[in-house]
Design a protein around this ligand. Sequence first.
Ligand SMILES: Nc1ncnc2c1ncn2[C@@H]1O[C@H](COP(=O)(O)OP(=O)(O)O)[C@@H](O)[C@H]1O
Ligand SMILES: Cc1ncc(COP(=O)(O)OP(=O)(O)O)c(N)n1
Length: 272
Amino acid sequence: MTSTSLSSIPVALTIAGSDSGGGAGIQADLRTFAFHLVHGTSAITCVTAQNTLGVTRVDALPAESVVAQIQAVTGDIGVQAAKTGMLLNRDIILAVAEQASCFPNLVVDPVMVSRTGVQLIDDAAIAALKAKLLPLATILTPNRYEAQILSGLDISTLEEMQRAAQRIHQFGSKAVLVKGGGMAGALRGVDVWFDGAHEHTLTGQTVDTSNTHGTGCTLSAAIAANLAIGKDLLTATQHAKEYVTTALGYSLNLGNGQGPVGHFFPLLQRQG
Ligand SMILES: Nc1ncnc2c1ncn2[C@@H]1O[C@H](COP(=O)(O)OP(=O)(O)O)[C@@H](O)[C@H]1O
Ligand SMILES: Cc1ncc(COP(=O)(O)OP(=O)(O)O)c(N)n1
């Protein structure tokens, strides 16, 4: 059999942590890239021992190792878009920021606080994120709790999500998407976009499931994939949101806690 080699497939890079349970982090990102027919590359920042119930251990890689992974990819293959997820500590954040000029598009998922409100990185890392990485982002995608930290506002209403998006935009990213998964009721499926000139409320259906592990990783990876394909920023975000909503509708009831979303739902649909 001869091979049909594709030379024009878009390439995206995820700079994130490994989730042993396969629901979030690198594992979710690579599945999301594949769904979009984007070649996925990775720079692993840390290894988490994690399942649907939570994280029991985190081991960071040296910042030099993260940089070496990024340079191995960008120096040979090249990427059209990158996303960052769990960067874990100040050294890794500063090192990634120094590499950011290699990425034509950079989606920053500022993983700082879990959906349950638990802080995942220390204060020095949050300060480094704010000062060095956020200003370089094409789009920044905080969840409710991250948006509260970055804006200094309590967020319980749509108006407060909008006000927070405007404040967070001042860190210097091109656009901000405040995600609503941590909100109550119908706001769970609502995200607020702001790019300094235009505000959009992206309203997806609220999916009634507790299997929401990895939604934030999946959304940011899908934005990166759509940017790698060449979509404009707002369209990329809208398509990514549609992808997450559909994947939530095919979430996987695995483990005893919050299961992951169904990244490969067309195959599940085919099974019936
Ligand atoms: N139950 C749900 N129904 C519909 N959309 C949801 C639900 N939970 C999360 N989302 C969507 O998933 C995406 C990720 O948001 P969120 O869960 O807040 O991020 P994170 O995983 O970083 O906490 C957003 O587009 C949000 O609107
Ligand atoms: C390794 C790793 N990276 C990121 C997260 C957080 O995942 P996210 O999709 O942002 O949040 P949840 O929806 O799962 O709360 C993680 N848990 N592990």
